[in-house]
Design a protein. Sequence first.
Length: 192
Amino acid sequence: MDLRPAADRMTKLLQPIAEADLDRVTPCVDMTVRALIDHIRGFASGFRATALKTFDGPPDATEAPGARDTFEADWRDELGRELRRLADAWDQPSAWEGMTRAGGIDLPGEMAGRVALEELVVHAWDLARATGQRFEADERDLADLEGLAHQLRGGNNGELPGLYGPVVATADDAPLLDRVLALTGRDPTWTP
């Protein structure tokens, strides 16, 4: 599994975000674009450490964002570099092998890599929706993420604190992206 295409798509979505966009609402409950960007920064660093199996550096990837009041002038480039480092770390076969840790939870590297992909894809959709941009995702990634969401839910369609909101009802024949979003607790028809 290659995280680079999803990381590159996320990086492209960051480029047109203007200062005025930072306070827009997002599909993430109680999260502005500013807070979402902080979360992306946190998970990029955290899941890089997860891939490298180094746990004394960045904060846990699931740590609540502390939305910054201001960003550095080059925040888009800085975050793009961090997303590339995330993809580079998961490009190593050792990242997918053995056990690792994410968000304070021990889990197999293979599952952690899939969760990192989910963070990239779903939060890219969140950013695109909140800022009025077009969103694309790889169908193979979406198929894998649908399976991952079912696996993580384990039949629980309610809220999974720190992970998902309650499942949103969608048609069985809804597009794959809509089904994945619904499983993560997002309304695929959400608009700001």
